[in-house]
Every structure is written in structure tokens, then in C-alpha cells.
Design a protein around this ligand. Sequence first.
Ligand SMILES: [Zn+2]
Length: 287
Amino acid sequence: MNIGIDIGGNHVGMGIVNENGKIIVSDVFNYENRDANATDIFHAINHFIAENRDYSIESIGIGIPGIITGTRINYTCNLPIGNFDMKDYLDTELPIYLSNDARCATIAEYRLTDNHKYSNYALVTIGTGIGSGLIINGKLFSGTSGSAGEIGHTVIDKDGVPCKCGRRGCFEQYASTTALKRMTGLDSVKEIFYLSEKNDVIKRVLETYIENLSEGLANFINAFDIEKISIGGGLSRFGDRFIPELKEKISNKICNKYTSDINIGAATLRNEAGIIGASFLKEYLNV
Ligand SMILES: [Zn+2]
């Protein structure tokens, strides 16, 4: 058994996970009011580790949004912590493994579903931003400095919309749910999909959005020859409504015209994927 910890923007999810991916014990530390600081977060994690010391735990895996190198967190977005080594703050002798949250979700989606039959697989999370996790030859690919998979910041229009990363025309400026809301002037993705069936203007905007999505995903497929992509994040629950059209648009853009099918589906695991994926980091990280 391993401990999996998912440090999110407003809560820390913690669990003891068995080898089948089942969470045996779990706890959550909420800090929605953003009053929590790094000390509170470490305290909550240390408390969970101490409280469950009677279990036979092999490792601790932690997922966090940001850029990670080894057990060092270089940078996190939207969290009150950053630039430190996790090992220095946890009261444990157990091995500690760290990765970014999108990669932990990727491991869970790969390990616990049929997706494990593909050796080259990616989960692309489409929500307020766009992230991804990539499995290459059955192992998680983190890159040289731990920042692989930032496809949200690959450019699809070099003179386009400015992005917080400093460039213009990044994929996430055109294909995140934030972009979809900006394009339609509506606040709810559910409402946008609902209205697209009744309103021609919304329908056309949604078509443009799906076209944008196909541009970035085709680039990703062309770069890595990925066998299967799962769409996660806020958009995934509307998969039935856009994936068939998305596949058609991508099929015109990929280099390998000889492949019979563009294999894209909606992610199936929801909230607990971060904890479960983190618990399996030991197996998937090349450390
Ligand atoms: Zn960017």
C-alpha cells in the first residue's frame, strides 16, 4: 500500500491506496478561504501520515500543480507554497515521490482503465487551463526538468491572444473552458452545450472552439505518435457532444493518414484520480 496526496487549489486530498487502486482510508484538508499557508498544508499531511502509521506503507506520492524536479517544487500556480524541497518538511522515513497533478491523474486513468493496453498514451486536461500527462513506452514522461506536457502553452497563433506565460496565441487561450466562455460570453459550459442545440450563433462558436481544440491536439499527436488520448478536466463530462466532431477534424490534420482510427475518449475517473495516481508514482516515475 502507498499513500497518495493530491494538493489542489483549495484542498489537500489524502488517501491510503492498495495495489488495485482502491482507497482504504482517506481524509481531506480544506482551505477554500485561502487563509492556509504552507505550514498548515504540511501539518495536515504529517498528521495523516502519523495517524496511519500502523498500515504497512511503502511510499508516499504527492501530486501538485506546478513544476517539479525530483522532490523539489520549483513553482506552483495558485497555491501559497513554492520553491522548496518536500523532503525537508515531511516527518517520515518513507520514500517520497512528487509529480505534477495532471501527471498523477494520467497515471490513474492509465492504470485503472483499459488505457493500460496502449504503450503511448496521454491524458489532456481541459479546464480553466490546459495540461497533459504523457505515458511513453508504459512509463511517465516528465522531461529533463520536470515540465514536459505543457501543451497549453504551445502556440497555435503567434500574433494571437496574450497569455500569462508571456507568449501570444497559446493553445489554452483558444481551447480551455476559459476560452470557450470568453468566445460565447456565457459563464457555464453546460449552458453553452445546451444552447448550441437551439441557437445558431452559439453553435457556430462551438464549432470554431472544437476546430481550435483539434489544432492543438493534432500537433500533440504529430509530435509523439500517441495511440490514445483521454480528455479530462471540466470539458470531459460533455465528451459525447464534441468528441465525434473533434475526431473528424483531427483526422485531416495528422501526418499518419494510414491509421484507421483517431483514438480519443473522455476520461472516466473523477475526483479521486489525483490521490490514486499519486499513490502509484513510485512505479511510473523513472527515478
Ligand atoms: Zn501560454
